[in-house]
Design a protein around this ligand. Structure first.
Ligand code: ATP
Ligand code: MG
Length: 259
């Protein structure tokens, strides 16, 4: 069965893309067939997977507008070990162009149907906004993974996202679940981080992943090599955390890893 996870948080810079590429690579290293979809005009997941966003012939933009199939738009990320539907700044125009199209919130869902069966996991790297692109991600997904930094305003932003998820459940995707909340760039010595982390657990209980992603410079450097850190240096602290996250997700979903 295919599990489609939207990696979403409308707050910018919380680690959505870092999580998307490293989790995709971690799951692939466990023998899973993985498709990563870049839903952000910034194209960071595309570049971080070793695919040049400036020279794309087909991207998620054409797929959402019905001008290309998911099958024809996907490419292999050699460095990551997964497939990728890339994005670039063309996608920024999609929001306006989609307005006039029918079923504008369900276009990604429809487009993925033909390829979904070929993967155990499809990850959707959403942009930092609750816009039509993120909406397409949330409608196509089985569940949402929410990366967040344990900072003062983190919980406030979270309620907007949780309310959006509730609205989508009412209208467009009744089964949309919260897969989990992921603490990123975590510093256990920081008292505020500990406090926010405790509040998170109080509100969301077991939905908070046990795995915590530490601040690690290798994770930040990896995109400049066009590869997930998990592929470049599996031993660094950041990679180990993402490999552990992949394991936690596999066991939550009742899947035994092949490798
Ligand atoms: P956006 O909202 O712009 O899409 P994002 O939520 O996808 O951002 P990332 O791009 O993954 O966030 O991360 C933001 C910045 O923080 C990047 O420069 C990234 O390399 C860095 N970063 C992410 N996670 C870590 C980490 N655990 N340790 C150190 N640096 C990190
Ligand atoms: Mg991003």
């Amino acid at each position: 069965m295919t599990r489609i996870l939207a990696v979403a948080n409308q707050k910018g810079g919380v680690g959505k893309t870092t999580t998307s590429v490293n989790l995709a690579a971690g799951l692939a290293q466990s023998g899973m067939r993985v498709l990563l979809v870049d839903l952000d005009p910034q194209g960071n997941a595309t570049m971080g997977s070793g695919i040049d966003k400036r020279t794309l012939r087909t991207s998620i933009y054409q797929v959402l507008l019905g001008l290309a199939t998911a099958d024809s738009a996907r490419q292999k990320s050699e460095s990551g070990g997964y497939d990728l539907i890339p994005a670039n700044r063309d996608l920024a125009g999609a929001e306006i162009e989609l307005v006039d199209l029918e079923h504008r919130e369900t276009r990604l869902k429809g487009a993925l149907e033909s390829v979904a069966g070929q993967y155990e996991f499809i990850l959707l790297d959403c942009p930092p906004a609750l816009n039509i692109l993120t909406l397409n991600g949330l409608v196509a997904a089985n569940a949402v993974m929410i990366p967040m930094q344990c900072e003062y305003y983190a919980l406030e932003g979270l309620s907007d996202l949780v309310n959006t998820i509730k609205r989508i459940r009412q209208h467009l995707n009744p089964k949309l679940d919260i897969e989990g909340l992921l603490r990123t760039m975590y510093d256990p010595r920081n008292a505020l981080a500990q406090q926010v982390s405790a509040q998170l657990k109080e509100h969301f209980g077991k939905k908070v992943y046990e795995t915590v992603i530490p601040r690690n410079v290798r994770l930040a450097e990896a995109p400049s090599f066009g590869a997930p850190a998990v592929s470049l240096d599996r031993e660094c602290k950041g990679s180990q955390a993402y490999v552990a996250l992949a394991g936690e997700i596999l066991s939550r979903n009742g899947i035994t890893a092949a490798a």
